[in-house]
Design a protein around this ligand. Structure first.
Ligand SMILES: [Zn+2]
Length: 322
């Protein structure tokens, strides 16, 4: 039986129960005053009648706080707030986005969920926000290996002054810095341009200094490399991609493989990604990598983790840049 046959993907009341069980595991919390005590269920409440819905629409999951007397649902303060899309469709969208290897286009969501293309686009960006990790501690640690590399893809929309006429060099591409712990998590960053200064700052802040840092021979990593327990490089310009040093296998193939998955996904599914949204697409690919099967995470657990992330990530049309 397909996972999508679960009731909360189709029945609105069940969708509310599911989201409440995840976000309110200790019982409902009033978003207005923080009260967790006296909270009442309001049942059989309908929205105003309209031409489209002459009977009104049942308001699911409605609660009333016994302290401040205000009403609320579990959608308040989450990416679902102020959305007219039913919660069960949101749950389907989250499931589809976390379980497809390369991502899913707004067009596909628009067709599968039977919502407008604009709604599908906005919903998918909100879900990417839910996948975005908050501030995290440094990666790696004693005895751990962290690979760092930068990549370039697509074209920048605004050609910077640094690009000389007729020269379509790296300055016209979008730069992404990637860090990955061997056998662990990835973290990527969209940078205006990869420079020694911003690369050094990101690597230094995000990688535990007791880790071994593996990179290619790029000059970007020479100075920051001295901050780590060890810094090993392979010389790609000389065709060297793997080097064996004692027991150590030195390469940065893990991060390069990650970049190739990202680029294939972006090419295949997200052809038209505005640069200002790139960090959200990166968050989506990071999320799937960090919750991958190889780390023992299945589709349901991945959807659960994404759902935990919906709180405090409201995104207005303005911020989304529509
Ligand atoms: Zn209250």
């Amino acid at each position: 039986m397909s996972i999508l046959s679960r009731e909360y993907f189709h029945i609105e009341a069940k969708a509310f129960e599911h989201v409440e069980s995840v976000l309110w595991s200790q019982g409902p919390v009033c978003p207005h005053c923080g009260n967790m005590g006296r909270i009442y269920k309001l049942e059989g409440v309908y929205s105003k009648r309209s031409k489209k819905n002459p009977e009104g629409v049942e308001r699911h999951g409605l609660k009333k706080c016994g302290e401040c007397r205000k009403q609320f649902t579990v959608r308040i303060g989450t990416i679902f707030e102020e959305s007219h899309i039913p919660l069960h469709k949101w749950l389907q969208a989250i499931h589809l986005m976390v379980s497809s290897k390369k991502g899913i286009s707004s067009n596909q969501l628009h067709r599968v969920l039977e919502i407008t293309l604009k709604s599908a686009w906005f919903l998918s960006h909100r879900i990417r926000e839910a996948m975005r990790a908050g501030s995290l501690g440094p990666m790696g640690g004693n005895g751990k290996i962290v690979e760092a590399d930068e990549t370039y893809f697509g074209n920048k929309e605004v050609i910077t002054k640094r690009t000389k006429r007729g020269k379509s060099g790296l300055a016209s591409k979008r730069a992404v810095l990637g860090l990955v712990e061997r056998g662990g998590a990835v973290r990527t960053f969209h940078v205006e341009r990869a420079t020694k200064d911003n690369v050094s700052e990101l690597v230094s802040e995000n990688v535990h200094h007791e880790s071994a840092l593996y990179t290619d021979e790029s000059r970007l990593y020479v100075s920051v490399g001295t901050q780590f327990a060890d810094h090993q490089t392979t010389k790609h310009s000389a065709g060297e991609y793997v080097r064996y040093d004692g027991g150590a296998v030195i390469h940065s193939n893990t991060i390069e493989n990650y970049f190739s998955v990202f680029k294939r996904g972006m090419k295949g599914v997200y052809q038209h990604c505005a640069e200002k949204h790139l960090h959200r697409y990166l968050a989506e690919f990071d999320f799937r990598y960090n919750n991958r099967v190889g780390l023992g995470v299945n589709d349901s657990e991945r959807a659960f983790t994404a759902l935990i992330g919906v709180s405090g990530k409201r995104l207005t049309y303005d911020q989304a840049g529509i």
